[in-house]
Structures are given as structure tokens and as C-alpha cells.
Design a protein around this ligand. Structure first.
Ligand SMILES: [Zn+2]
Length: 152
């Protein structure tokens, strides 16, 4: 039987969960619970996806050609074993100010960087950061970054 997340045929069993999914050992470990590392830093309660929703996210993050889980923003290969790695697989809210779902699987460092920002803002800020920290910095980007960062 094939793993329903990564299609691996290794040691797949029907796992004791409801509804049952055929999962390999690796995916079973990942599928247990969403690893929200954003533990309610503010006052608002942060939702995590339901177990089935989480598994569908894992399915989508799996890149069959490369044989790895990918960050949905940067497409880099995620680390699934080392929780301290900047590349560790993280659950992210694409818009943390609203508890409206919109979850994504991203690398831990991306999650850290876009804490407090929504995805659109993050996409705008990152290329500006590249411009301002390059040598020599781009003056127009400095101004744009200053303007963009007046609020989160
Ligand atoms: Zn699997």
C-alpha cells in the first residue's frame, strides 16, 4: 500500500486514526499533530488546522520529484527531524491577524521572519531587504522600506 502523503511504499500501514490513513513511518510521525510554533504570543487564541486538514497540507507540501517536503513560499527542502533547524517544517498562518485558516507549510526561518506580517507584506518586504543590505544599498528601496515598515 502507498503512503497517502508521500506515496512511499515502505512500511505503510493503516494507522490508528480517524478516518484511517495509510501512512509511512515518516509521515505518520509528522501527521500526529500540527506543530504550531506560534504559541499565542499575543492575546488572541491561535487556531491550528484539524488533523485531516493538516494531512492534506502535508500532501501538498510533498514534492514527488524531489522526494522531500517543500516550503510553500521559498520552495526549499524542509528539515523534518531537527526542531532547531532554520529549515524545520513549520505551520504558518498566512494572515496571523485573522484566525481564518489560510495555513501553509513553511520553513521555520520564514515563519520567524513573517511573524506579525501577512503574506503580501512579507513578499513586498523581502526583496526590499535584499536591496538595502546589498553593497551599495539601493536608495529608492531604503525609502520604500521605511514607508512600508511604518506599520507591520
Ligand atoms: Zn509517507
Amino acid at each position: 500500500m502507498k503512503c497517502e502523503i508521500c506515496s512511499s511504499t515502505k512500511t505503510t500501514k493503516n494507522r490508528p486514526c480517524r478516518p484511517p490513513w495509510n501512512l509511512c513511518n515518516r509521515c505518520y510521525k509528522l501527521s500526529k499533530k500540527p506543530n504550531s510554533n506560534r504559541r499565542n504570543r499575543g492575546r488572541k487564541k491561535v487556531d491550528v488546522p484539524k488533523r485531516n486538514e493538516w494531512r492534506r497540507m502535508l500532501q501538498k507540501a510533498w514534492n514527488r520529484d524531489r522526494g522531500c517536503f517543500e516550503c510553500k513560499i521559498t520552495h526549499i527542502k524542509l528539515n523534518i527531524n531537527d526542531k532547531d533547524s532554520p529549515l524545520y517544517l513549520n505551520l504558518d498562518h498566512s494572515n496571523p491577524s485573522k484566525n481564518n485558516g489560510g495555513y501553509m507549510i513553511v520553513a521555520a526561518f520564514v515563519n520567524e521572519m513573517k511573524h506579525k506580517m501577512n503574506l503580501n507584506k512579507f513578499r513586498k518586504i523581502v526583496p526590499l531587504l535584499r536591496d538595502v543590505i546589498s553593497n551599495p544599498p539601493k536608495t529608492s528601496s531604503i525609502k520604500e522600506l521605511e514607508h512600508s515598515m511604518k506599520r507591520w
